[in-house]
Design a protein around this ligand. Sequence first.
Ligand code: PMP
Length: 405
Amino acid sequence: AELWQDVPLAPPDSIFKLTAAYKADTYDKKVNLGVGAYRDDDNKPWILPVVKKATQILLNDETLDHEYLPITGLPEFTAAAAKLILGADSPAIKEGRTVSVQTISGTGANHLGALFLSRFYKFNGAPKIYLSNPTWANHHAIFKNVGIEPVEYPYYDPKTIGLDYTGFIGALQEAPARSVFLLHACAHNPTGVDPTQEQWKAIANVIAEKKHYAFFDCAYQGFASGDLDKDAWAVRYFVEQGIPLLVCQSFAKNAGLYGERVGALHVAPPNKETAERVKSQLSVLQRSEISNPPSHGARLVSLILNDPQLFGEWKRDIETMAGRIIDMRNVLYKLLTEELKTPGNWDHIINQIGMFSFTGINPEQSKALTEKAHIYLTANGRISMAGLNSHNVRYFAESLDKVVR
Ligand code: PMP
């Protein structure tokens, strides 16, 4: 018998499949609203000007070589990355009780965080992680891979195309004490629906009361509002409240460094002594998994974060990206509501935040958009706002109008 005859054929990843179908389509007005990567107004990937500059600096730096980084990564990168998400004056940083490890982008941070919990977290019963319904599909796979069972908490309400706040709070209250909740720090993927600050405060209250653990995933800092600090608000608030937490950080979107795989895992234990023990175990885990992380992307981000002038330029680049996306939301909203008078309420298009928008259309309507108009999006009606631009937004609005009528 053949060695691998019992290996079942796995389905292709739905997002990568969508991109392949889009690429194969020869229709000139085709639109790709599937993938979560920024595109400029000409639908082209955008190398941030500050990244170009930093790349030049690295190229001219004769002192750099290709030696291994330390197991936990480039120290000047991880230290600056921690300040970026936790805030320069974070009590956790001041007290020296943060642990930061460089990871293979946000996915690697999620994995290392999950692996660490699977080994060391004192679960109340069988290991479980509470994930928002819906969430980034990979969350389910990442936790299952390390033997933590994903369970869902209510998050999105299809009736309001907004947050199911009551359901969310209810789930936090009903979960056994010391449960682990995964929270999207900002720009929730796939819905684009975030809690307000008042809602975050109430969420933090229940989490503190029930002694839950907050597993923050932050893949879009700066990309949501255009402001790095604003997008870090929830994480910083939780730290101030003394809630035990970790944060997974990605520089894929906000620095446009998708393929460079730059990220970090930050854990905030209660004191310095615990932080040392946590760091030692994260090093052991990292060593067996990737030995040490890649250097190039971390050097780029480190330059940008540690040089005030480059940091300022980066902020402007982030504003450019976030601003274009917010513009597209406004244009699409206007077209649907004022010009086309598309049936239904479309306020969510401008109320949602970040790369993605849940349009509220059903799988049949989504399919019709692809089949009739060559517009590619996931069946759940999620669109990547970055796929819209001044050239195709009208075509998209008209096509959407047709399928919902
Ligand atoms: N978390 C969420 C919620 C995401 O949307 C993404 C990117 N799609 C990631 C993590 C990780 O992405 P990356 O590994 O490219 O940083």
